[in-house]
Design a protein around this ligand. Structure first.
Ligand code: HAM
Length: 427
């Protein structure tokens, strides 16, 4: 079908609040994601690839109906079979679903899993707050050992530092366990109900009083400044657990500050809870967060096993690196750029390019019969440190011109020696 002359071409933009990562900056994004994930793999976490969408109830039950994430921010829709599905707003609930469904907890414990990918939250977009966000996460399930809490935290800390990031701090607290939480909740509610709260806030205090401590309005902050905090009301067991986590962090030289008023946006946390905060990012300062979740697996129909994990924001880590004036990964797209002058040279250089790629060298080539000048411009833009130039005469002589892009110096190298010459120049 041909378009009628009156049809106007439509142009599209990415959905609101969703970033595109384009070359050359996208190389940094990939390096950040890879760097954070490598830190997890080095500690024995195995990759898990999960669906981007799940049964809506999984998140409602797992993350908590009273959270903003579930009540306001989910991308929920009915599929063509009229099932309610939701684009995953976070990773932990899906991992627990998979562990239960596939019986991964029947193997040696803890089950250690890591993942990376996009998550979706219908938040108000602003700098560092996106509707499609990218995380690297880990979950260690089935062992309630404070040493494991410290490992999870140390892995995140090492991941950030390996990227060169250092302007962040780790905030940590304990949200208590089954024995001390209910009493603390009552204590906090008693305190809150004595305040002159508006109706909405009062309702929040009834459903989840901790959320009121997270209220950013100055008058509420003032009123709740002396509110009791969980840390002062821990059971002996939860306190011992927390103290051991801190002792391990000290031994591992992972710096932290205790923040007894930390409130996380997800409901499943118990005991150790933490956030990595970067001051160069403005309001969206959380570059990662996580904690232990005692009741989640049971809540989702599995065994009564505890777990601990983190989610690190790849987008925000990239922004934090920029704020520190640091770059990661190579901005050069390739190492070598081939410039053929003529059809025969194009075949020979294409073969050499394939041989070099087989040796792990990144190679691109000028296509489209460009002039020498135009092709050299392409070489420049590619970031290559070596250009390979060949025309008719070079083919007859059995050589290729090898040009250093830094100095402009060019020498002829015999075809047969070319791969070795390039490898030695790049090493
Ligand atoms: P979370 O704190 O909701 O935790 O998210 C983790 C990180 O994802 C945040 O610290 C932040 O860097 C990034 N992030 C969250 N929302 C946005 C957004 N709208 N735009 C950009 N970045 C964002 C979780 O998701 C838990 N599942 C972590 C966890 C794993 N806890 C235990 N295991």
């Amino acid at each position: 079908m041909t378009a009628s002359p009156s049809t106007t071409p439509t142009s599209f933009a990415a959905p609101k609040g969703v970033p595109d990562y384009l070359p050359p900056e996208s190389a940094e994004f990939v390096a950040v994601r890879g760097g954070l994930l490598d830190a997890a793999r080095r500690a024995g976490y195995g990759d898990i690839e999960l669906p981007i969408f799940e049964d809506t109830n999984l998140f409602a039950r797992g993350v908590g109906e009273s959270t903003d994430v579930v009540s306001k921010e989910m991308y929920t829709f009915a599929d063509r079979g009229d099932r309610s599905v939701t684009l995953r707003p976070e990773g932990t609930a899906g991992v627990m679903r998979a562990v239960i469904e596939h019986g991964l907890d029947r193997a040696a414990l803890p089950v250690k899993l890591c993942y990376a990918g996009p998550f979706f939250r219908y938040e108000r977009p602003q700098a560092g707050r996106y509707r499609q966000l990218q995380q690297v996460g880990v979950e260690a399930i089935g062992v309630d050992d404070p040493a494991l809490d410290a490992e999870v935290i140390a892995v995140a800390d090492a991941g950030f530092r390996a990227l060169g990031l250092d302007g962040f701090r780790l905030e940590i607290t304990s949200l208590g366990d089954d024995t001390c939480r209910p009493q603390y909740r009552e204590l906090l509610q008693d305190f809150l109900f004595r305040l002159d709260l508006d109706e909405d806030t009062r309702r929040r205090a009834e459903i989840n009083p901790l959320r009121v401590l997270d209220d950013k309005r100055p008058h509420v902050r003032e009123m709740t400044a002396d509110a009791p905090v969980m840390l002062d009301h821990l059971s002996d067991e939860a306190k011992a657990h927390f103290d051991t986590v801190l002792a391990h962090l000290d031994a591992l030289s992972v710096p932290y500050v205790i923040n007894p008023r930390m409130v996380r946006g997800l409901d499943y946390y118990t005991k150790t809870t933490f956030e990595f905060v970067h001051d160069g990012l403005g309001a969206q300062s959380g570059i990662g967060g996580g904690g232990r979740y005692d009741g989640l697996m049971r809540q989702l129909g599995g065994k009564d096993l505890s777990g601990i994990g983190f989610g690190l924001g790849v987008d925000r880590t990239l922004l934090a690196l920029r704020a520190e004036g640091k770059t990661v990964g190579s901005s050069a797209r390739v190492d070598v750029y081939a410039v053929p002058l003529g059809a025969d040279a194009k075949v020979r250089l294409a073969v050499l390019a394939a041989q070099l790629r087989a040796q792990g060298v990144r190679v691109d080539m000028a296509y489209g019969d460009r002039s020498l000048k135009g092709a050299m411009k392409g070489a420049d833009r590619s970031g290559a440190s070596i250009a390979l130039v060949a025309g008719e005469r070079d083919l007859q002589a059995g050589t290729v011109g090898v040009k250093s892009m830094a100095t402009g110096e060019q020498v002829d190298v015999a075809m047969n020696d070319l791969v070795a010459e390039v490898l030695s120049r790049l090493s």
